[in-house]
Design a binder for this molecule. Structure first.
Ligand code: HEM
Length: 437
């Protein structure tokens, strides 16, 4: 049941801006800023944002909170029942296209489904589903993807052997994998693609405050279109028909695979911190019949503990009845996911790895379990991403055990930020890993 709306006092609106919105925007909504990520870890900014959300909920009793910012009034959701309603009633009356999101994504993917109208969405969303297969626990190209994972994470690493994995090493292997999965083998060495995209994502972090680089955007979209035209038959791009602003749709994949890489790398760190779960995952990896279900849940835990999409934004597309009030069209709605994903009210021991939380599925909005969103805007790669993560974990666990983390993780209370830029770990031969525990 949706709650009422209450208006935050001036001081609380400022507190929400300073402790929740500004740090989230500073970290980078479209591409992470390494210095801001480091500051968040050092000064526990994510923990502080969550504490602020708790304080607001205690004060306003779970009502949706109207933040009366002069230029852009927002509703900040404090209760999972409201989260569920907003996500399930997307795209009408709650549109995925919000002013901020549209201004940001237009920097590099102007025709993307995320910022489409409900009519355009009806046409565009199925194209992503045909390619990414969200309802399949095993993607039709899974065998091909597994071969690519083994090639990038084992065969090509042979020279460096069991050396340390830090983010640059992991990301190099990961983005070669991404280009092969999206376009095919010929794109593996196209090292220029990601920097071209990332430069525009850097501008997109500033949303409408930064002018569009139309020339850069046209170059990016032309390059994606060219790669898609010549994609391998078993590549994701080959499953997306030409037209329909295909390059804008695929730009979102390339952008979002960054999140998937971070989450997979952090999942390896979790496995180092929890030997019992690592063992369970190794056993599963050795048994192909079990199709990576435990690994899938570990990946979801990586995202629950350190969400890569912290703010899910919506906008009222028309006047909406909320409690006994009418919320006019054009009001922004913010779901601050880290609060719901670690909420003691619905998740016992929220700061501890608990893969079994996900036995009920990848999106349980009534419990606030929404790392991939939910409803009509649910990430269409919510099944593919855990599959790829499971393949990477299986490939590396066959080599040895993740151990010797550069960052201390307390398995009884995991910190609110895990700065993947400063994370490194070793893949250690089994016997050595056990003797160091
Ligand atoms: C850990 C990795 C990922 C996470 C946590 C994630 C999360 C999300 C979330 C929360 C949304 C909804 C955003 C909103 O409603 O505003 C979304 C949408 C989307 N994601 Fe992902 N995503 C991930 C990876 C991917 C990948 C790898 C792809 C493509 C290969 C992808 C494709 C999309 C698309 C196309 C949408 C728009 C869906 C729509 O509006 O109907 N995502 N994702």
């Amino acid at each position: 049941m949706a709650h009422a709306i209450r208006t935050a006092s001036g001081a609380d609106a400022l507190r929400a801006a300073a402790r929740i919105i500004v740090p989230t925007v500073a970290k980078g909504a479209v591409i992470r800023r390494p210095l801001a990520e480091r500051a968040a870890a050092r000064f526990a900014l994510d923990e502080k944002a969550i504490e602020t959300m708790h304080a607001l909920r205690r004060r306003y009793g779970g009502a949706a909170l109207r933040l009366g910012f002069p230029l852009r009034p927002q509703l900040l959701l404090l209760d999972a029942a409201d989260v569920e309603r907003v996500l399930l009633d997307t795209p009408v009356p709650f549109a995925t296209r919000s002013v901020e999101k549209a201004a940001a994504l237009q920097h590099f993917e102007p025709g993307n489904v995320l910022i489409s109208t409900p009519e355009e969405r009806r046409r565009l969303r199925p194209l992503h589903e045909v390619a990414l297969c969200p309802r399949d626990t095993v993607h039709p190209c899974a065998d091909r993807f597994r071969a690519i994972v083994d090639d990038e994470f084992v065969t090509r690493q042979a020279e460096r052997g069991r050396g340390r994995w830090d983010w640059p090493r992991f990301a190099t292997a990961w983005f070669r994998l991404v280009r092969r999965v999206v376009f095919g083998d010929a794109a593996a060495g196209d090292e220029g693609l990601q920097p071209l995209l990332n430069r525009l994502r850097g501008r997109a972090n500033w949303s409408y405050l930064m002018p569009k680089d139309r020339v850069g955007r046209a170059r990016l979209l032309a390059r994606i279109a060219h790669l898609a035209d010549s994609a391998d038959a078993q590549a994701l791009a080959a499953r997306m028909p030409e037209g329909e602003e295909r390059a804008s749709q695929i730009a979102q994949w390339l952008f979002a695979f960054d999140s998937a890489g971070m989450a997979t790398f952090r999942m390896l760190a979790l496995l180092a911190a929890y030997p019992q779960h690592r063992q369970r995952l190794s056993d599963e990896a050795a048994n192909p019949d079990r199709a990576g279900d435990f690994a899938r849940r570990c990946l979801l835990e990586s995202l629950r503990l350190w969400p890569t999409v912290p703010a899910i934004l919506r906008e009222t597309g028309e006047d909406v009845l909320w409690g006994d009030e009418i919320v006019p069209a054009g009001i922004g709605i913010m779901i601050y996911a880290p609060f719901f994903l670690r909420d003691e009210l619905r998740i016992p021991q929220p700061h501890v790895l608990q893969p079994d939380l996900w036995l009920a599925g990848d999106a349980v909005p009534a419990r606030g379990l929404i790392p991939f969103s939910a409803g009509a805007g649910l990430c269409p790669a919510h099944s593919l991403v855990p599959q790829l993560a499971a393949m990477v974990a299986a490939a590396l666990l066959a080599e040895g055990q993740p151990a010797d983390l550069s960052v201390r993780l307390d398995p009884h209370r995991l910190q609110g930020t895990l700065d993947h830029y400063r994370l490194s770990l070793s893949i250690t031969a089994r016997a050595a890993a056990q003797s160091s525990e």
